[in-house]
Write a protein that binds this ligand. Structure first.
Ligand code: FAD
Length: 386
């Protein structure tokens, strides 16, 4: 048992949940940890290769059923996200976007033909998906999106652009959200459709082991059956975000755990003033506060995961988890960085990489401010969004 598990939370996990967790932990130890600092420094990650390996283990769309998906519980999926993000938030993002955003959108809102066409290949990691909601001028306020879809006979014509889209440059299919005369609708857009282009966004200082891109849609002609028939209104993409945010509630704790384990080990061997820095009261106060927050975060994640498995999880509850766990994980990463002193800024240790990654995690899938507004609306009955 990890010394971090102060509250014996491990004991409340089922046997299958623990097994899935150790399989993913082993995979991360073998396949991610030895290489991730290099991927991060170079900004190049073998995402397609990783996707195939993750697919073999059933990690892609693992909480979905049918179509080659594993049908695991929400808690098992959360534990997998935690272990993946202990490797790197970018690697977890690859899995989240594939499973919880792109695959979930097709699984939940798609036609039988769309599901048959995309989901088995995506579950196997042979086809990569992305999810295009954010635009250059519309992030927190997707209701104002400028991307349009208009009818031309039976076809649809899509025009516009999406920004900051994870996996876009390597994707085979994009789930694109666009405004129509009847409101927001979703489309499964093969990336090789004429008029679709994806450009990689470079020079990121965060999530560098993840491929991010911009998509332009220049009079893209799609057949009628490219539209996701069950996706009606903005609540459809928001439903996908609730799925993915649940994974982030767990994932952020993985990054924080890796920072804590690294700092504990470092503090035990780093000697100043004739003794290990772990023996100083100020260092112990930091560790105590961080461990308390980490355990509270895990209890929260487990509670939300159990609600998801019971089918009762509400979006505002996911906002509580995303706001708290990412904010605390980032605080833990920054605090651990101080414990490593100068070594804390080196890529030899994972701490600063996690801290930088968590800056993106804080912003995507709803910024902290947006989650505060969701919770504020639940508490007061008043919307303060606009
Ligand atoms: C690495 C990375 C990967 C991403 N991947 C994807 C992806 O795969 N698909 C996708 O669709 N998007 C993706 N995003 C985009 C992400 O979801 C958006 O960046 C996010 O929603 C915020 O939008 P914005 O950046 O336009 O910021 P803005 O909406 O412009 O917000 C800027 C600031 O203003 C604040 N703000 C905005 N409105 C309010 C308000 N009403 N009250 C108070 N404060 C407010 C925000 O909280 C924030 O602090 C990704 C982003 C990053 C960094």
């Amino acid at each position: 048992m990890s010394p971090l598990d102060l509250l014996d939370i491990d004991a409340s996990l089922g046997e299958e949940e623990r097994q899935i967790r150790s399989v993913v932990r082993r995979l991360v130890d073998d396949r991610v940890r030895p290489h991730v600092a290099g991927w991060y420094e170079s900004g190049q990650v073998p995402a397609r290769e990783l996707a195939v390996e993750f697919g073999k283990l059933g990690l892609l769309g693992m909480h979905l059923t049918g179509y080659g998906c594993a049908g695991a519980s929400a808690v098992a999926y959360g534990l997998a996200c935690l272990e993946l993000e202990a490797g790197d938030s970018g690697v977890r993002s690859l899995v989240s976007v594939q499973g919880s955003l792109a695959m979930y959108a097709i699984w939940r809102y798609g036609s039988e033909e769309q599901k048959q066409r995309w989901l088995p290949a995506m579950a196997a990691g042979e086809a990569i998906g992305c999810f295009g909601l954010t635009e250059p001028d519309h992030g927190s306020d997707p209701a104002s999106m400028a991307t349009r879809a208009r009818r031309d006979g039976d076809d649809w014509i899509l025009t516009g652009g999406k920004m900051w889209i994870t996996n876009a440059p390597i994707a085979d299919v994009a789930v694109i959200w666009a405004r129509t005369d009847e409101g927001v609708r979703g489309f499964a857009v093969p990336m090789d459709t004429p008029g679709v282009a994806a450009r990689e966004i470079r020079h990121k200082m965060s999530l560098r082991a993840s491929v991010t891109g911009e998509i332009t849609l220049d009079d893209v002609r799609l057949p009628a059956d490219a539209r996701l028939p069950e996706a009606v209104g903005l609540k459809a993409p928001l439903g996908c975000l609730t799925e993915a945010r649940h994974g982030i509630v767990w994932g952020a704790l993985g990054a924080a755990r890796d920072c804590l384990e690294t700092a504990l080990s470092y503090a035990g061997t780093r000697t100043q003033f004739g003794r290990p820095i772990a023996g100083f009261q100020l260092t112990q106060a930091k560790f105590a506060d961080m461990a308390v927050e980490w355990n509270k975060g895990l209890l929260l994640a487990l509670h939300l995961g159990r609600l998801a498995d019971a089918g009762t999880l509400r979006p505002a509850q996911v906002s509580v988890g995303k706001l708290n766990n990412v904010r605390e994980a980032l605080e833990i990463a920054r605090q651990c960085r101080t414990i490593l002193g100068a070594n804390g800024v080196s890529a030899e240790y994972p701490v600063m990489r996690h801290a930088n990654n968590l800056e993106s995690v804080l912003t995507y899938e709803g910024t902290s401010e947006i989650h505060q507004l969701v919770i504020g609306q639940t508490l007061t009955g008043l919307s303060a969004f606009a």
